[in-house]
Structures are given as structure tokens and as C-alpha cells.
Write a protein that binds this ligand. Structure first.
Ligand code: NAD
Length: 482
């Protein structure tokens, strides 16, 4: 089934059917490469959110009664069905996010499917595990009704990280995708229905964060709110949920650093870090947007930056030659341009290389740029740009490198470039982040992912992701009988 385009009036996914919400306003979805509107999606109202929670709460009890193996089988089947929709998923995300052709199969479709399959691989054990503590047996039950709010950068992956474990665990879900990129979500909902998910456990409402998102976060019937997005919105979500004492998980922003320790790794680190920072046009929460290099290697690092940027091709996401596409929305493009303007006026910040995008007169393009920032308090070091902008920070020694890496309010991930395992571990232990990876080791996609400090709390992916959707209950046997 092709993703919806044009006017989408039946944007409410309720009880496995498309329904027209009661609202009369619409949000626009743009083609990021041209700026042209590709869809107008009718927004839900707080009454529609109530209906979605009613449906999820009603269905959740029955869904929790289905055996864990059968629930997991539905999730697995949904992954198979989505795999068959790969072309349509890729085209939809290329248009609504602007991800380039060379990355959309792997970073968007592939990662989204992997998130579901890795959930399937670990869910059954996590759900059925029983632990004995004295006379008590600890069992794991569904967390109940979940409000899930997702960002636009990876529409399939972000939705999959919440919906797959929630459905496998036996929860009911009210999901709100980002208004910038909601079209992929309809395909996901249809795939779960086709996979045999009964009507009710999965419901989708569309609309803005301020109205529909906050109605979900503050809903009295929510048992758990799983949020991924910006720090500012995450705080509002936590405050809304707190009025009912509802548990929350917040996957927020980052300003993650790659730290070069071994001198002979600097060129490889530059290449890898630019790849991470410019991937999906920089719109990745775990993007390495800072590179900390020994001061005596700064010149070598800058030479490598210029060589790498020679190879960067900014252009249409549907053009196979493009390596960096547009930002997902005009608003995001304007934010990135403003960050670049401020960086240009900040003392101690100097541009090493920047790609000219002035020929790209339509669409939401911003210039991929690498700067050197001598002052750790510079906004380009402190603020998440969420665009293809890398800040290099020179360090005097290992202790200084750690101090620089630790010098922001964020704490999502880090990479440490050294062949020395003991040194890697020692530095990793000193970094307050959710995960540290050595050199160019590939990401393990079912290892727990999440932040500390302002990057949030809660973990997603693999078994840790499933556990977020379960609550422990102890059954204590014994007492006098007869
Ligand atoms: P955003 O916070 O503007 O929006 C994210 C979602 O929250 C959207 O669905 C939006 O409609 C909703 N929302 C906005 N305000 C809300 C409110 N007051 N109440 C409830 N919901 C609200 O973020 P974005 O611009 O879509 O995404 C970019 C941000 O997300 C970046 O900061 C990025 O680092 C972060 N992010 C984090 C992760 C992670 O796993 N840590 C992953 C992807 C993106």
C-alpha cells in the first residue's frame, strides 16, 4: 500500500481502521528537497486522544491475555510485512526527512527493521523470565497503556523502538509521530494490523506537540510515557506526566564527542566522525558532533577535514551521487543556519571547511561545515545543532580531553580512539554518558541506548528496551495453610 499523500483526512488510526479525527486543522508535510507540500495531515484533538486511550485501555487487557509467544510472533510478522514494503518506506522517508538514497536503505529502512527483529530476539525471555527470591517469585507483566511520542529524524526506527517492545510486552499504545514526518507511521500501523494484531492495542494520533503531544503526556489513563525528542519538549512531557505520577522515559538530545588518544588514529577519526556527524544531514541524536584531538595534531586533522569535505556532495536525496541531503524541515534548516551565523561571530571559532549550497535554491539545505573551537564555552560546542556541523576541540593531554568531553550538559555517547584497551576503559569510566565505543567499532544495535544528564533517562533497544514496557510483580507463597 502506498504511503498517503495529498490531503490525509483519515489520519486517526483507531481500532485498526483509519478514522477522520474531530479536529479541523491540518499540519503540512514538505518534500525536504523541494520545499513543496506533499501532504496535509488532519490533526487530532484532545477528544481523539481520549478515544485512542479508551481503545488502547480496553484492548490492552485482552492483548495481555494472549500468550507472549503469540504476541512476539505478531511483531515478527509485522517486520516481515514491513520488509516487503521497503521500497515504499524508503521513498516516503526520502521525501519527508530528505535522507539521501545512499543512506536511506541502511540507516532508515534497515535500522528500523533491525530494531523490530532485535526486539523479537530478546522479548520472549525478558517477558517470561521468573526469578525466585526466598518464597517470592518475581514475574514480569505488561506496563499497561503507553503514550509514545517520537521525533522526525528516523521515522521507522524511532517508532519501531517503542511499538515493537510495547506490543510484544502486551501493552496498549497511543502513538504520536512527529508532525514533520508522520507518513511512515501509517505504513507501520497497517503492517501490524496485517500481521494479526487485533483492533485496539495500537492507535495513532497526529498533530502538533503542543496540543496532541501534551494531551498524551498529561493523560490520566497513561501508565508510561516513552518520549524521544528535544530537551525542552522532554521536560514539558515529564512535568505533564508528573501530575498523575506517570513513569516517563526521556531520550533527548546530545553533543557527543569523539576523543582521539593515539596519534596515528587522527585521520581515521576525522573521516569516521564526519561520517557520523553528516549522516542523515546531522539529524541523529547520537551523532558525533564534536571531535577532540591532541593539540599537536590539529593541523593534520584540519588537512584531513579538507580532504573529506572535497568528497562531500550536497544535493537531492533521490540523486545517487548525493552524500548529504537537506534538513527535514524549513524550521530545522533555519535553526542550523542560525547556529552557523552565531559560530561565525564567536571569538575563537574558525571555519576549517564548508560546502557551498548557494546553488540549491529550493529545499531545506544548510552548508555542511567543520569548525575549530578553542573556547569550550562557545555555543557551537555547547548547543546541539542537529545538522551537519562538526566542532573540533584541541586538547593539551588526556585529562584535558576528558574535561572537554565532559564539558557540556549532555551525556549520550562517546567514542575513544585508541588501540590500548586499558586506556579505553579508563577513559570510558571517566565519561558520564550512556555508552562509549572504541575507535571505529560498529554499533551493537541491541546494546542499551539512552542518556544521562540532560540527554535524559531510560533505555531503548534489545532486552533493555523490552524491560521498559514491563513491571515486576512478586508472588509470595507460604503462610499457614489448613
Ligand atoms: P521535538 O522535541 O520538537 O519533537 C519530538 C516529538 O515531541 C514530536 O512528536 C513533537 O510533536 C513532540 N512534542 C513537541 N513538544 C511537545 C510537548 N510540549 N509535549 C509533548 N510532545 C511534544 O524534537 P524534534 O525536533 O522532532 O527532534 C529533534 C530532537 O530530538 C533533538 O534534540 C534530538 O537530539 C532528539 N532526539 C533524541 C533521540 C534519542 O534517542 N536520544 C533520538 C532522536 C532525536
Amino acid at each position: 500500500m502506498a504511503s498517503p499523500r495529498g490531503i490525509v483526512d483519515d489520519s486517526l488510526w483507531l481500532d485498526n481502521a483509519r478514522v477522520v479525527p474531530s479536529g479541523t486543522s491540518y499540519t503540512s508535510v514538505d518534500n525536504s528537497a523541494t520545499g513543496e507540500e506533499i501532504a496535509k495531515v488532519r490533526s487530532a484533538t484532545s477528544e481523539d486522544v481520549d478515544r485512542a486511550f479508551d481503545s488502547a485501555a480496553r484492548a490492552q487487557k485482552q492483548w495481555a491475555g494472549v500468550s507472549p509467544a503469540d504476541r512476539v510472533a505478531v511483531v515478527e510478522k509485522a517486520a516481515d510485512i514491513l520488509e516487503g514494503m521497503a521500497d515504499d518506506l524508503a521513498a516516503t522517508m526520502q521525501a519527508e526527512v530528505g535522507t539521501v538514497a545512499s543512506q536511506v536503505r541502511g540507516a532508515q529502512v534497515g535500522l528500523g527493521l533491525a530494531a523490530i527483529r532485535l526486539t523479537v530476539a530478546s522479548a520472549l525471555d525478558a517477558i517470561t523470565e521468573r526469578e525466585r527470591i526466598g518464597d517470592s517469585e518475581v514475574v514480569h507483566e505488561p506496563a499497561g497503556v503507553v503514550g509514545a511520542i517520537t521525533p522526525w529524524n528516523y521515522p521507522l526506527f524511532q517508532v519501531a523502538l517503542k511499538v515493537a517492545p510495547a506490543i510484544a510486552a502486551g501493552c496498549g499504545v497511543v502513538l504520536k509521530p512527529a508532525e514533520v514526518a508522520p507518513l511512515t507511521t501509517f505504513l507501520v500501523a497497517e503492517a501490524f494490523a496485517e500481521a494479526g494484531l487485533p483492533a485496539g492495542p495500537l492507535n495513532v494520533v497526529c498533530g502538533s506537540g503542543a496540543s496532541v503531544g501534551s494531551a498524551i503526556a498529561g493523560h490520566a489513563r497513561a501508565d508510561f510515557i516513552s518520549f524521544t525528542g528535544s530537551v525542552a519538549a522532554g521536560r514539558k512531557v515529564a512535568m505533564s506526566a508528573a501530575q498523575w505520577g506517570t513513569r516517563t522515559s526521556l531520550e533527548l538530545g546530545g553533543k557527543s564527542a569523539a576523543i582521539v588518544l593515539d596519534d596515528d588514529k587522527v585521520r581515521a577519526a576525522v573521516r569516521h566522525t564526519i561520517g557520523s556527524c553528516f549522516g542523515n544531514a546531522g539529524q541523529t541524536c547520537a551523532a558525533l558532533s564534536r571531535l577532540i584531538v591532541p593539540r599537536h595534531l590539529l593541523e593534520e586533522a584540519e588537512d584531513e577535514v579538507r580532504a573529506v569535505l572535497e568528497q562531500v556532495v550536497v544535493g537531492d536525496p533521490f540523486d545517487a551521487a548525493s552524500t548529504v541531503g537537506p534538513l527535514a524541515s524549513q524550521e530545522q534548516r533555519n535553526r542550523v543556519v542560525e547556529h552557523l551565523r552565531v559560530a561565525g561571530e564567536t571569538a575563537g571559532v574558525r571555519t576549517v571547511a564548508s560546502k557551498d549550497v548557494s546553488h540549491l535554491t529550493r529545499g531545506w539545505y544548510a552548508a555542511p561545515t567543520v569548525v575549530v573551537a578553542g573556547d569550550p564555552s562557545a555555543p557551537i560546542v555547547q548547543e546541539e545543532v542537529f545538522g551537519p556541523v562538526l566542532a573540533i576541540q584541541p586538547a593539551d593531554n588526556e585529562a584535558h580531553a576528558i574535561e572537554l568531553a565532559e564539558g557540556t550538559r549532555f551525556g549520550l555517547i562517546a567514542r575513544v580512539w585508541t588501540d590500548d584497551d586499558a586506556r579505553f576503559e579508563s577513559v570510558a569510566q571517566q565519561l558520564r554518558v550512556g555508552g562509549v565505543i572504541q575507535s571505529d567499532a560498529p554499533t551493537v544495535w541491541d546494546a542499551p541506548f539512552g542518556g544521562v544528564k540532560h540527554s535524559g533517562y531510560g533505555r531503548e533497544r534489545g532486552v533493555y528496551g523490552v524491560e521498559e514496557y514491563l513491571v515486576s510483580k512478586s508472588l509470595q507463597r507460604g503462610g499457614s495453610k489448613g
